[in-house]
Design a protein around this ligand. Structure first.
Ligand code: KIV
Ligand code: NA
Length: 268
């Protein structure tokens, strides 16, 4: 059996070779991502990608557990990190432990991720001290959309860095094994990476981060309007559409199924 990467393995990569991370929500895409990536994130972005929600707020613990289990079955090598959804961890550290323990026990994944820096430090410490590896998530925290008002990059004004630097220090001191830094000014992404001892995973942050993450469907060119920070490594939308169009035409013309796609009688 192949030993999977662990949270301590990723923690040890600070300042070394960049950590490669992508999202996946399904067994099939997980098996492809698993060939090239160190970490697979079962992100609550599945709310947007799979369910068509406008935000991640409606995502449930049950959705995360179902997809987390699918990704574990599809992968062998990568560390699988499952997002804690909005409402499953903010009320208390005990609520967070209960939800995170369910995720670990029911999916067998290796870590959870939760949003928030200073405000979540006590919770991160409570989980890590009790056997649950936590990846932090600071900068733009999409679950807070209803208090933020919009999805805007953070730390772009003079004098606006202090709270995000404090968040980075807080998650590191609380025992997180790494931290996602989302949509911050590039020099801030760089500075945060310099000032904390755990790996930073950037998304719309900086090439100086200790790793990078993107949403798989965004980088494949399957998402209608991805954010500025997404580089498209594929244009799969037109290919999928062409295949569906070809199928529909052949069903309507009875060209499909052909003789090679049907079963004859066995010789008796
Ligand atoms: O849910 C998600 O996919 C994420 C990444 C964008 C970091 O949290
Ligand atoms: Na997320």
């Amino acid at each position: 059996t192949i030993r999977r990467k662990t949270a301590p393995d990723i923690r040890a990569r600070k300042g070394g070779d960049p950590i490669v991370m992508l999202t996946s929500y399904h067994a099939h895409t997980a098996s492809l991502v698993d060939r090239y990536c160190d970490v697979i994130l079962v992100g609550d972005s599945l709310g947007n990608v799979m369910h068509g929600f406008e935000t991640t707020v409606p995502v449930t613990l049950e959705m995360m557990i179902l997809q987390g289990h699918a990704v574990m079955r599809g992968s062998q090598h990568a560390l699988v990190v499952v997002d804690m959804p909005f409402g499953s961890y903010e009320a208390s550290k005990e609520q967070a432990f209960h939800s995170a323990a369910r995720i670990l026990k029911e999916t067998h994944c290796g870590a959870v991720k939760l949003e928030g820096g200073v405000r979540m430090a006590e919770t991160i410490a409570f989980l890590t001290q009790r056997g649950i590896p936590v990846m932090g998530h600071i900068g733009l925290t999409p679950q807070s959309i209803n208090t933020l008002g919009s999805f805007r990059a953070q730390g772009r004004e003079e004098g606006s860095w202090e709270p995000i630097e404090a968040d980075a220090r807080a998650v590191a001191e609380a025992g997180a094994f790494s931290v996602v830094v989302e949509a911050v000014a590039e020099p801030l992404g760089r500075k945060v990476t310099e000032i904390i001892p755990i790996p930073t995973i950037g998304i719309g942050a900086s090439a100086a981060c200790d790793g990078q993450v993107l949403v798989l469907e965004d980088m494949l060119g399957l998402s209608p309007k991805p954010p500025k920070f997404v580089k498209r490594y594929g244009e799969l939308g037109p290919g999928i559409e062409a295949a569906i169009k070809g199928y529909a035409e052949e069903v309507r013309s009875r060209a499909f199924p052909g003789p090679e796609h049907v079963y004859g009688m066995k010789k008796s």
